[in-house]
Design a binder for this molecule. Sequence first.
Ligand code: HEM
Length: 430
Amino acid sequence: MTHSSLSAEYESGLPRLVTDPRSFAEPEQIHKALAWARSQDPVRKVEAPGFDPFWLITRHADILEIERQADIFRNEDRSTVLVPSDMREAIEAKQGSPHLTRSVVNMDGSEHRTYRMLTQAWFVAGSLRKLEGRIREIARQAVDRMLARDGACDFVDDVALHYPLHVIMEILGVPEKDEGMMLALTQQLFGARDPEKSRDAGAMADPATALTVFDSVLRDFYAYFDQLTELRRQVPQDDVASVIANATINGQPISKHEANSYYVLVATAGHDTTSASTAGGIWSLAEAPDQLRAVKSDPSLIPSLVEEAIRWTTPVKHFMRTAVSDYVIGGKRIEAGDWVMLSYMSANRDEAVFDDPDHFRIDRSPNRQLSFGYGPHVCLGQHLARLEMRILFEELLPRIRSIELAGPPKWTQSNFISGPKKLPIRFKPA
Ligand code: HEM
């Protein structure tokens, strides 16, 4: 195919590729189209059927610039996640707001800072050091379970999903018996458009019924967390649920909807993403036995392996912002009211920042991956995610000699949070 016909193909294919959840199950195609956008039209207006127009920001530097200007590019005014126009209308009509929940993700300025501060102390590196011993125990149990599988397992189902889930649920204060339900609800929320994960994928085609699906998942979460709030108000414990249940702002308790939104955010953002990048790391090592050997013989490479697994997988594909005033970037004028997509997936393959960006390299240094975002909304759980992954690799790698793929892996169909959902592997114990 000639260069110009490839260009035409990417140009016409891009709007569908970056909006259709199904295309994220085959990320290589999207990566090619995003590379084309970075080189030809890095701040690009996308008009995809069924979606409000938005600006697609593909370069690392431009995303940093926008995230730094949080007073201009805001989170509250419109959805922070790409939703189809009919769905946007249905949410606005039902909620009287562009958002289904009211969490830190949908707030700006001093309100955002105040709500974020409520739980932040739990997630700073210093506090997490105290949890390291317990996290290591949970990691060891996960590795024991994997090794008991006799040389073959699905790494996602058998290891990657349960380990970060268990860690965040302990921090939150959800007992182990309820973790399965939390996992199912998270997958139904983030994988609502994936037929293998959705509570009712058929209903997602119509905005009114799609909203009912999201609503029923959130109602189940809220019913659970209402009870947890009652318990933690009666007898506070040393956990994040007790912080949320008893949180006050200016002397007033936060509303029930805000408390529930906070629980749902921590209970969902806190594991699916980490599972995805852990599985992404193992997938890559299974395909690169030399890199597996290198990190096994030099465990000081584990932190850079973790960073590269997070870059490579980029579990959160995008967040949206809305401009409140005109702003010129990349030679384009974004106007007040415009919707903007920050493509972390693209930033993490930007050839201006990463040498050889399409190769997984466990010794990549520096690694300025943008998977956790940047600026005031930068991921609250980034230190926890890194710690969990480092500990899991420290426990797992000495206990295996080799890993290989035992069948084709599969990605989740989602344009928001997507990672490996099936990863069949064979391994030899050390
Ligand atoms: C926000 C990614 C793990 C909690 C975010 C954002 C991204 C992200 C891209 C938005 C950043 C922005 O708008 O600039 C990830 C990835 C993870 C991960 C890739 C794992 C590899 C976690 C964990 C937690 C967590 C373990 C547990 C608490 C949050 C919260 C926010 C957030 C509460 C909202 C912060 C705010 O709006 O102020 N994350 N995350 N995340 N993340 Fe994570």
